[in-house]
Design a protein around this ligand. Structure first.
Ligand SMILES: Cc1cc2nc3c(=O)[nH]c(=O)nc-3n(C[C@H](O)[C@H](O)[C@H](O)COP(=O)(O)OP(=O)(O)OC[C@H]3O[C@@H](n4cnc5c(N)ncnc54)[C@H](O)[C@@H]3O)c2cc1C
Length: 388
């Protein structure tokens, strides 16, 4: 229970950054309120590879045993052709050694595991309508005063827009759109199996894998000069991927109504805080799925924010930004270079990537590949300590 004279913080967004911030801040004695736009907890979603400094933060939070329990049982990353035949493969152990220790989990599972340790109230179906420094008006019309406002409401952050300006000023579109979903489908699950299978043609990629209990997860990625998500994302996806073979027609025929569909963008802004308002996670530093460290950095940023606040509120937001932003900028640069690996623009580039898969069993190749697929950001926790 927070003390009656505790400082009050509102966290907008019950995602990876928001729940991690709530977790650490309430343990540091803050009186925490979380507001989340979704009407209820967002389960499932897409599979993320979780590693790097966020993994260390999760260890400090005691979450690793539960994350390991929910780890996706992936045995290999396999490139397949349009008939599902294997072109090249990287074993899970080779991938783990390239990535430097990784656990693959659904985004919803990661959020749920973090949220299980949060006792603060989460007000679902609620957003922030206006912010006047610490005075916040919510979408239900209520107005409350806070000592700190944390905008952890994702890449399309409303808090950012209200306090810092329109998205055009900060969002860097990476020329691709993505869609992702998971659903129970015994037959597809059996066909796909526990390999992370990738069907790649120039500028388009479909990845899918079977999780436990007949659940299949899929990711679709394609180049799109126009940034805006179409009015009918399902129809647009079918038009874009309908000509591909293998399991793609079946996947397109079972698209769930609420599948994730979005532009692939990064967020780059000079200042992450203003007055009593501070941003965390994708809201201020989205690195994009091309960089693959967004969840890790979202957790790390939330931890560093709480740690710096625990050291003293004076200058804490500056210190938080100074520690996190270089790692985010570095990862964003890395992510832009990785576009050609994940969505190769030509048959030749697909062959080069497949060659790297085939040779990934060789230590010398692993070392070479490691440098090009994993950014070095572990130093961000180097100033050490805990926020407790
Ligand atoms: C397809 C895909 C694959 C990815 N793969 C990886 C990967 O392999 N590894 C990795 O580390 N990262 C990966 N990422 C990135 C990672 O998911 C994000 O970087 C991470 O989730 C960011 O956390 P966040 O808390 O900032 O935002 P989110 O997790 O997006 O959470 C934001 C929350 O805010 C809520 N919200 C939005 N607007 C409002 C509002 N106005 N008011 C209140 N609440 C609001 C949302 O509903 C959501 O719950 C991937 C992303 C995608 C899309």
């Amino acid at each position: 229970m927070p003390k009656s004279n505790a400082q009050r913080v509102v966290v907008a967004g019950a995602g990876i950054a928001g729940l991690t911030a709530a977790w650490w801040l309430e343990r540091a004695g803050w009186d925490v309120l979380v507001v989340e736009r979704a009407p209820e907890f967002r389960a499932g979603g897409y599979l993320i590879d979780f590693f790097g400094p966020g993994y260390e933060v999760a260890r400090r939070m005691g979450l690793l045993p539960e994350l390991e329990r929910r780890r996706a049982p992936i045995t290999a990353v396999t490139s397949v052709d349009a008939r599902g035949r294997r072109r090249a493969e990287m074993s899970a152990s080779a991938y783990e050694s390239v990535a430097g220790g990784v656990v693959s989990v659904l985004r919803g599972d990661l959020a749920e595991v973090i949220g299980a340790g949060v006792s603060a109230q989460v007000r679902y179906g609620t957003t922030v309508s206006s912010v006047d420094d610490g005075r916040v008006t919510f979408s239900d019309g209520s107005v409350e005063e806070f000592d700190l406002v944390v905008g952890a409401d994702g890449v399309h952050s409303r808090v950012r827009e209200l306090v810092f300006g329109p998205p055009e000023r900060f969002v860097r579109y990476l020329g691709h759109r993505t869609a992702a979903f998971s659903l129970r489908h015994e037959e597809l699950s059996a066909r796909i199996g526990h390999r992370y299978q990738l069907l790649t043609v120039p500028h388009r990629m479909v990845g899918c894998y079977a999780l436990r209990d007949g659940v299949v997860a899929a990711l679709m990625l394609h180049r799109a000069p126009e940034q805006a998500v179409p009015d009918d994302p399902a129809a647009a996806l079918r038009a874009r991927f309908g000509d591909l073979g293998w399991v793609v027609p079946e996947l397109l025929s079972v698209l769930p109504g609420d599948f994730y569909c979005d532009e692939v963008s990064q967020v780059d802004m000079p200042a992450w805080h203003r007055g009593k308002v501070v941003l965390a996670g994708d809201a201020c530093g989205a690195v994009s799925l091309f960089a693959g460290h967004g969840a890790s950095l979202a957790m790390t940023g939330a931890f560093v924010l709480a740690e710096e606040l625990a050291r003293g509120t004076d200058g804490a937001l500056d210190r938080y930004q100074a520690r996190m932003k270089p790692a985010v900028t570095h990862t964003q640069e890395f992510g832009r270079k990785f576009i050609g690996w994940m969505a190769p623009p030509s048959a030749w580039r697909i062959s080069v990537r497949d060659m790297a898969f085939r040779l990934s069993g060789l230590p010398v190749v692993r070392n070479l590949v490691r440098g090009s697929v994993t950014p070095e950001v572990d130093g961000v926790l180097a100033t050490g300590g805990t926020a407790r």
